[in-house]
Ligand binder design. Structure first.
Ligand SMILES: *Cc1c(COP(=O)(O)O)cnc(C)c1O
Length: 331
């Protein structure tokens, strides 16, 4: 099977901001876009994106999960990067239009259609290192994706990184390209030196998140994760899982979690940890690596509560459980 995110639907929705207004959205080929080599984004990383999914239900309908929440974050990322303001309704319409057009290409569960809105500064002005791009472009790119867990469920190994940071502290809540580039070297090093799958960034011992997913500790009836601040990405999956955990009567704690507390709790037999994000929903973490030593989380295997929470979310996405919180946009 093709790697996640490498297959694209041949057309996309696109709109350009000329400094005054957004052009009417168009459907164009997704093969290429034309940009001036001096475009602001290529020099000063004025770019942000979103990741959300559309799911096929048994009744033949296609349903987009938490579109409003993702558009809200897209708008906020654009604002924090000093990109032109997006028109949230117009972006929503672009998403619905392009997904509707390729409705037949939305895979059956456990597959889905991954939706990638992208917004970037296009102004040809290499002298603008310290000022924003006046013009920009947004497009909605689609990528059909298969079962993330097709190879069977495994657990992840996470390296706890206290010294480095994923990105600049004030950039953490922005879904912006530069943040991922800045995290690459520490992740590559962790893979090479510790056979880690991901780095769990813990600046000054404060457990934050990995390169592209949020971290949750599940200890019996307690779910513990960092409280929202501007230093990390506010995952929609994180919010959804916490909501479902509260619905199940679990004790959800959004607060600071130190490496010391994490390792202490992880040593208990029933403890679980997981990463949350749109691509994989909830992925079990089996091992934490700290100061060159491996620490299994609980028994190091796949946690039952992790699977239960993932299933509860999948059931809503796949139309098998009631959408009590109004998370689906049906098209
Ligand atoms: C996208 C992302 C997440 C997960 O967000 P979701 O909305 O759940 O997909 C977490 N951390 C980072 C750094 C991300 O880019």
């Amino acid at each position: 099977m093709a790697a996640f995110g490498t297959v694209f639907i041949p057309e996309m929705a696109i709109s350009w901001f000329d400094g005054n207004s957004w052009s009417p959205a168009e459907i164009v080929s997704s093969e290429s876009i034309q940009l001036h080599p001096g475009a602001h984004v290529l020099h000063y990383s004025s770019t942000c994106f979103e990741g959300l999914k559309a799911f096929r239900h048994e009744d033949g309908s296609v349903n987009i999960f938490r579109m409003d929440r993702n558009i809200e974050r897209f708008s906020q990322s654009s604002e924090l990067l000093a990109l032109p303001e997006i028109d949230k309704d117009a972006t929503g319409k672009m998403i619905i239009d392009i997904v509707s057009r390729f409705k037949d290409d939305v895979p059956e569960p456990p597959g889905s259609m991954y939706i990638r809105p992208t917004h970037f500064g296009t102004e040809p002005a290499i002298g603008k290192a310290a000022s924003p791009s006046v013009t920009s472009c947004q497009y909605i790119l689609l990528s059909p994706v298969g079962d993330y867990f097709a190879g069977g469920d495994t657990t992840l190994r996470l390296l706890l990184e206290e010294d480095g940071a994923r990105c600049a502290a004030h950039m953490g809540m922005i879904k912006s390209g530069g943040n991922y580039a800045s995290a690459l070297r520490p992740i590559m090093k962790a893979k090479e030196e510790f056979n880690a799958d991901q780095v769990l960034f813990c600046p000054n011992g404060d457990v934050q998140e990995t390169g592209a997913a949020n971290f949750l500790l599940i200890d019996g009836n307690e779910v513990i994760t960092k409280a929202l601040d501007e230093s990390f990405l506010h995952g929609v999956t994180r919010d959804s899982i916490l909501t479902l955990a509260r619905d199940l009567g679990m004790d959800v704690q959004e607060r600071q979690l130190t490496i010391d507390e994490l390792l202490e709790r992880a040593a208990k037999p029933g403890c679980e940890a997981a990463l949350s994000g749109t691509a994989a929903v909830l992925t079990p973490v089996g091992t934490l690596i700290h100061n060159g030593k491996d620490y299994p989380v609980g028994n190091g295997g796949i946690g039952a509560t992790t699977l239960k929470l993932r299933q509860a979310l999948n059931d809503i996405q796949w139309g098998k459980a009631e959408d009590k919180h109004g998370w689906l946009t049906r098209i």
